[in-house]
Design a protein around this ligand. Structure first.
Ligand code: GLA
Length: 360
């Protein structure tokens, strides 16, 4: 009898810096106590045999060096092995039986896909004694999601799920600069609109509009998205389309809001939660009015949360569906019941400080 072992990786909310990671700017994600768990057991074959409890489906495939995607929900499992082969981290491995369970709703902006990738690589890392550290695991999972699965994401989700906690991550790397924060940030309430979408759609569209816009501005002088001031952007308004202008202004404003949040979160004394909340809501205005990635259902959940006493709220993830995150210390129950009455599904959550790990 071979031994079964369970590994887990958390989902995340993005507090500050939405749509900044793939532009190499800075983000502040928070890992949350909703997890994906993978129980693995070596089998005596050369096959991976997966069972997904939530999908109610099974899938098996042979492990070979020229493994490819099957264009189904189990491609996350394949993609991790493909990266390990491509990077020459594994040569030949034995087969495994996998049982996957997840508390993270799929396609909801809570990083369910990164959690599967990271939990699986954490399992392989331990089972095959690969000696990868948590940032190496995040980097490899990013390659799996971005290069192999073809999602236009940045590195935020994989880092958050692997490392856990709340930190700022400067995505202009590698190496990436990380600053961990110690606050427990009590009072986080998720509101799921239950509208599912593929993150790739808003990501692909925004990325292309913003990069085209900034390239046109760069032709006018030595400007970078990291430092471009909104006044300077306005001066060059005639060189870009109205759409590019709005997207760039949204990104620059969110960049500045994120910087302010980091200054507050870095304080050793108690943080000003009202201020942190107001920065969430300011960011939402940009996501809604300038980046155009909110939808009325999310706006409504944000509205009712604020009315029920939240200090601030915003959508989380790529947008156009999925979840909102509200900061409501001491008002968690009120905000949760307002979200539920408005047709959403509320989850009062806590920060997960462990990140991906082997379960006891
Ligand atoms: C998705 C991506 C992330 C990030 C967000 C938007 O969740 O996976 O990398 O780009 O959208 O902030």
């Amino acid at each position: 009898m071979t031994k079964q072992q369970t590994y887990s990786a958390p989902g995340r909310v993005c507090l500050y810096g939405e749509h900044q990671d793939y532009l190499k700017l800075t983000v502040v994600p928070a890992a949350i106590n909703l997890k994906t768990k993978i129980t693995v057991e070596k089998n005596n074959t050369r096959e991976i045999r997966v069972n997904s409890v939530e999908l109610g489906k099974n899938h098996s495939f042979k492990i070979t060096k020229n493994l490819s995607l099957a264009k189904n929900e189990f491609d996350y499992i394949r993609a991790v092995l493909m990266v390990l082969f491509q990077e020459n981290i594994i040569e030949e491995i034995s087969g495994f039986n996998l049982n996957i369970t997840s508390q993270i709703p799929f396609g909801s902006g809570l990083s369910s896909s990164a959690a599967i990738l990271v939990a699986w690589l954490t399992a392989l890392n331990d089972q095959l004694n690969l000696r990868l550290n948590k940032t190496e695991i995040a980097d490899l999972c990013f390659i799996a999601e971005n290069k192999i699965l073809g999602i236009n994401c940045g590195i935020m989700d994989q880092y958050s799920s692997s490392l856990g906690g709340i930190f700022s991550l400067d995505c202009d790397g590698p190496p990436y600069k990380i600053q961990q924060f110690t606050t427990e940030l009590n009072g986080l309430v998720i509101g799921d609109s239950c509208i599912r979408r593929s993150a790739n759609e808003p990501l692909t569209l925004l990325k292309s509009q913003i990069t085209t816009g900034i390239e046109k501005i760069k032709q006018q002088g030595n400007f970078e998205l990291r430092t471009l001031a909104s006044n300077t952007l306005t001066e060059f308004r005639d060189f870009i389309t109205e759409d590019e202008y709005r997207k760039l202004l949204g990104v620059i404003t969110i960049r500045n809001i994120t910087k302010r949040s980091i200054t507050e979160l870095s304080k050793n004394e108690e943080q000003d939660f009202e201020y942190l909340g107001s920065l969430l809501t300011k960011q939402q205005t940009m996501l809604r009015d300038y980046l155009g990635v909110s939808i009325p259902e999310l706006d409504n959940l944000i509205d009712v949360s604020l009315k029920a006493g939240a200090l601030g709220a915003k959508l989380t993830g790529a947008g156009l569906g999925g979840c909102i995150i509200a900061l409501a210390p001491g008002k968690e129950e009120e905000v949760a019941s307002a979200i539920n009455s408005a047709g959403g599904k509320a989850i009062i959550c806590k920060i997960d400080f462990d990140g991906a790990k082997k379960e006891d």
